[in-house]
Write a protein that binds this ligand. Sequence first.
Ligand code: ARG
Length: 407
Amino acid sequence: MGEKLVLAYSGGLDTSVLIKYLQERNNAQVITVTVDVGQQEDLMGAAEKAKKLGVFKHYHIDAKDEFVTNYIFPAIKANGLYEGKYPISTALSRPLIAKKMVEIAEKEGATGLVHGCTGRGNDQVRFDITLGSLAPDMKIIAPVRDWGLTREEEIEYAKTKGIPVSTAAKMFSIDASVWGRAIECGLLEDASQEPPAEAYLWTVAAEKAPDKPEYVTIQFEAGVPVAVNGKKMKPLDIIQTVNEIAGKNGVGRIDHIEDRLVGIKSREVYECPAATVILEAHKDLEKMVMTRNEVLFKAQVDAQWVFLAYAGLWVDPLKDDLDAFINKSQENVTGEVRLKLFKGGLQVVGRSSPMSLYDKNLANYNIKTSFNQSYSKGFIELWGLQTRMYNALKQSTTKKRKPTKKA
Ligand code: ARG
């Protein structure tokens, strides 16, 4: 028997075809790995399918808790939205799947790691860099990209190998984790058209949402959610609960033009109900407990962090450095945020914190507060000093330069 190869397996057409290709072309003993990150797909069906296709071994790994605690929570602390919109729900799962592949490959004495990504997207970057960093001595094989497999070839090949191909050609290409669902391809490639109703599974259309608003309260401790509506829950349950509440109110649909790493602009459609609510709440709470300088500086760190996570650099040392800063910054991010969800809309309507820097007594318009207004005059004098100097100079020089009227 040939070498052992570990394949990240989803149960879909691409990776099912890869099992057979690797067995035939490489004479390999294929070990499949399916990692449950909360994608809510038929992973047991995938296990059955892998066994039917004659894999050497199949691993099903439930990594949901690890995914929430070690991947989603850091993204919450970093207010992780790529290009201001996308909660990086797919991007976050890739380094975890890669880590599991490497663990299994080491245990099984495999010589290579295989993924089914194409050469056009971001996922190839995330897998290759993480796998190559964690297992520098193993080879990485990306057959769809490197052997140039086309979908038509795959379907033909699948038929000859008895791999079931769903006759109803799949409308979309889907990737999901508990942090959100990405929907691509098919009709969605026309960026001018509204996505059809069938694209969505976790959220209802705004017009089909209940006619009454629903309120939800998220409680945070040191930057991470710990309770929903006053009920303490374990991390995974929090995300799932908020997914449900937001989804049924039509909150969390995202449709934007996204810049992929390889330069392609793509039209991306997501539904990320829990992420949309929790990120909004977290950012609001930060503004209550952090100083102005912290708020403004951290926004730059957050942008850099989310770019690294999106761009496949999860295991880059800069990301660790930024994590150190971000973790320290979360010490006081404790409190509650109340949000109103109504027909696809989301609004923060209240917040409170034992660490609040908001002081009602300072902020109110009553003349008798502890804020001494008489200091403001001198402050403005110095604050605007250079601005006034510059404008005075500009006025005097333009006056001097005024053209004299010709006689
Ligand atoms: N554009 C998103 C990202 O790069 C979603 C990718 C979805 N992946 C997929 N294989 N369908 O994170």
